[in-house]
Design a protein. Structure first.
Length: 256
């Protein structure tokens, strides 16, 4: 599921740091005053014939929310981890200049749900540094044998990665986690965060892909408990075709 803001007005700029480097896409306007969304797309190299411009300067008084699409292919080989590492270095180095308040990643952190890929993912995001506020969703490639999505088993919630005891789970922005009764202890996939930008208070909800009814009910309760916050939902797959809720039990094998 692609994350977006209603009535978002876009002014896009793309840049590739090198012929084999990742592209950077930044959204410079939104329906929220002073709000910038920074998006980093999944490029493996520069597109033929595409001219890349320099980063535009931040708008006076603006702040930035970083949006990261699926990073799964950045952890499949050692060489490709350079793309993730350079992206995270850019985010870290521009935190002050662009007043980056929060970062979200929308799932498929890894491609095959293997320990080595989770280690590469954790190492890449560790570049942001402890205390950098961020929220991750899980996708189908984060779950099941070889990232098949055939089950909800994932290493996301293990302590060496993003589970209890990790810097990710201990962020001061975290308000709480939801433990589904069918899951083993320590599930950190379903979480809520809060942060403030100017006079605006934001609520960020992350959830499993194809969230189960109990998860949706929990999120509804969290939103209801924060009536004066603007809510952002970070989810890999929520709606299917025809605007129906995504049914994980029926559709896991059709996800890409």
């Amino acid at each position: 599921m692609a994350w977006g803001v209603q009535d978002l007005a876009l002014m896009l700029n793309m840049k590739s740091p090198s012929p084999k480097g990742p592209g950077k896409l930044k959204v410079q306007r939104s329906a929220f005053p002073g709000f910038t969304v920074g998006m980093i797309p999944l490029f493996f190299g520069a597109l033929p014939g595409l001219l890349f411009a320099a980063d535009p300067p931040p708008w006076p008084g603006s702040w930035t929310l970083i949006h990261l699409p699926d990073t799964q292919n950045y952890v499949t080989t050692v060489d490709r981890t350079e793309i993730l590492n350079r992206q995270m270095t850019w985010v870290r180095d521009n935190r002050s200049t662009r007043d980056i308040r929060f970062a979200v990643q929308v799932g498929d952190l890894v491609n095959d749900n293997t320990e080595v890929q989770w280690m590469r993912s954790r190492a890449g995001f560790d570049i942001l540094g402890n205390g950098f506020p961020c929220a991750f969703s899980t996708g189908n490639h984060d779950c099941g044998p070889s990232g098949s999505g055939d089950s909800r088993a994932t290493s996301f919630g293990l302590a060496p990665f993003y589970g209890p005891g990790s810097p990710y789970a201990a962020q001061p922005t975290v308000g709480g986690f939801f433990q589904h009764p069918d899951d083993p202890p320590g599930n950190t996939q379903n979480a809520w965060h809060t942060f403030k930008a100017g006079p605006q208070h934001f609520l960020v909800l992350t959830c499993e892909w194809g969230p189960r009814n109990k998860v949706v009910e929990w999120m509804d309760g969290v939103v209801s408990a924060h009536p004066f916050h603007r809510a952002i939902l970070v989810c890999h797959a929520y709606l299917a075709s025809g605007s129906a809720r995504f049914n994980w039990a029926q559709s896991q094998s059709t996800m890409n």
